[in-house]
Design a protein around this ligand. Structure first.
Ligand code: 6LW
Length: 503
């Protein structure tokens, strides 16, 4: 999963690269499971499995049925699914999450985290994002949300018991106390939160008390983790969860970003999932360091099976890495119509529209390449690098012609065009990081072109990647690279994605 070959004995961090924010983790025996936010994408909430905490494999998406995830057409990008918490209790997995685009807080259960997950239990009495679940020794379930406030909950019915209580809000005056997680560790209950906002000020702080509801005494060393004001290539460290390994060691999963280029520096992969060691000193966690390489742990590693570079679309169901916008009805997106091809049917006329028919995967590497073979005989469609409706670059094929479009803010423009032979054509995008030279140097270039029948790549446009960054687009997501239909019906025979050597 790394961009660069790792020195011997070191493992790459982020452990789950690309747009995978707000990680929540739990361990059952020798197995770890982890979930992330998914916002406007369907299916929602990617679920990962690991046997060693360092190597993760996506085993599904928790919300893969419309009955679990309703994202109306008008729901905005960076709306939808925020910050799940995953826990294992009483022989079941519990997943609590907010759908900010309508349904509010929801609770799901599963016996196997790969799915199927239940239909949602609604939580009309839980107000606030970033819900957490914890059970005390009496079996009482405590639900804690950003703010930070807490209410007891009957998790089977979704009914709240009593009134929400404010419990602890981190450093006085600090913005956005959020992402609470409550744990019983040793003699204390610990309440860990993020604060300072999910931007460069992001931090993790912790407090402890005698009961799940406190009173909470803040750690004198708070924040226990922040990279603000440091020269680390890893910034915005926050929104964390704790897990203990079978050998008794403690670990933190957290979100952080990798900004590149001049000032203010741009991050393009969204917020990624990192891992950091945790030591306990005098009953308080000492976290880190959070570094681009992690020392090999004391236990055997279980490298994740690599996701093949090519998807031939020869399976009836799409691999869980593929995500769409808001919904994915089979009549608009199917591998069952033309064997070995992905068929997309246009609704919106471009990726500017909320109902665009798009199937993409997260850009997980700072340097990478994607190619797809499209048959546009019955319509037009293409290959796009997407942040949101207002920020995307794409190369689009109609029969006999390809065009490159850029959408930056309210400006949409055709950047280049070229005739091609009628019939199927291979569209490509290369993401090429820029060496940092001057204060205004962007993070990378997004190079769009066509692959000729002899395999050479003809560049049609090379576009500044800063406009497909969070600093330009805003919001909570990262780049997704994928296929879309703009008119009629288009068929894709394959999609290749591979990391490139970091220059
Ligand atoms: C999430 C909040 C945050 O709900 O960003 O970084 C929000 N933390 O905790 C969306 O991911």
């Amino acid at each position: 999963m790394s961009d660069q070959p790792q020195p011997a004995g070191l493992l790459p961090n982020p452990v789950i690269p690309g747009f995978h924010p707000d990680p929540s983790v739990c361990r059952v025996g020798d197995d770890y499971y982890l979930v992330c936010s998914s916002f406007e994408y369907f299916p929602g909430i990617p679920v990962f499995h690991s046997r060693d905490l360092f190597n993760w494999t996506q085993i599904g998406n928790a919300l893969d049925r419309p009955s679990q995830l309703r994202l109306p057409r008008e729901s905005p990008s960076s709306g939808g699914i925020y910050a799940p918490t995953l826990r294992h209790h009483d022989g079941r997995f519990w997943l609590i999450v907010t759908n900010v685009s309508g349904d509010g807080n929801l609770l799901f259960t599963a016996t196997d985290p790969a799915g199927p997950w239940s239909d949602p239990v609604r939580l009309p009495g839980v107000h606030g994002i970033d819900p957490d679940l914890a059970w005390d020794e009496d079996g009482t379930c405590w639900c804690t949300v950003a703010g930070v406030s807490q209410v007891r909950l009957d998790p089977t019915t979704g009914e709240t018991l009593g009134e929400p209580q404010r419990i602890w809000s981190g450093a006085p005056g600090a913005m956005a106390p959020e992402a609470p997680h409550l744990y019983r560790i040793g003699e204390y209950w610990y309440l860990m939160i993020a604060e300072g906002g999910t931007e460069r000020g992001h931090a993790v702080s912790i407090a402890r008390g005698p009961s799940p509801s406190g009173p909470f005494e803040p750690c004198p060393a708070n924040p226990v983790l922040t990279h603000r004001g440091t020269d680390s290539p890893i910034q915005n460290t926050g929104h964390a969860d704790l897990v203990q390994a079978p050998d008794g060691s403690w670990w933190m999963v957290l979100l952080a970003v990798r900004p590149r280029g001049g000032t203010p520096a741009w991050y393009v992969l969204g917020r990624e999932t990192f891992l950091a060691p945790v030591e306990w000193v005098d009953g308080w966690p000492v976290v880190g360091p959070v570094t681009p390489e992690l020392p090999t742990p004391a236990w055997p590693l279980h490298p994740a099976p690599a996701v093949p570079a090519r998807d031939d679309f020869d399976q009836a169901e799409l691999h869980p890495q593929w995500i769409s916008l808001r919904e994915r009805p089979e009549h608009l997106c199917t591998t069952k119509e033309r064997s070995g091809w992905l068929t997309l049917r246009a609704v919106g006329s471009s990726l500017d529209e909320n109902d665009a028919v798009f199937v993409g995967r997260r850009q997980e590497h700072l340097a990478c390449r994607a190619r797809t073979l499209i048959d546009p005989a019955e319509g037009c469609g293409g290959l796009a690098v997407r942040m949101d409706e207002d920020h995307h670059y794409e190369i689009e094929a109609a029969d006999g012609e390809v065009k490159v479009f850029a959408r930056i803010g309210s400006i949409r423009t055709e950047v280049a065009s070229r005739p091609v032979a009628a019939g199927a054509v291979v569209l490509g995008v290369d993401i090429v990081p820029r060496p940092t030279r001057g204060p205004r140097t962007g993070p990378d270039d997004v190079v769009l072109g066509v692959e000729e029948p002899d395999g050479t790549f003809t560049v049609l446009a090379s576009l500044d990647g800063r406009y497909l960054s969070t600093e330009a687009a805003g919001g909570f997501t990262g780049r997704v690279i994928g296929m879309y239909a703009a008119e009629g019906t288009v068929h894709f025979d394959r999609f290749d994605y591979e990391p490139l050597p970091f220059p």
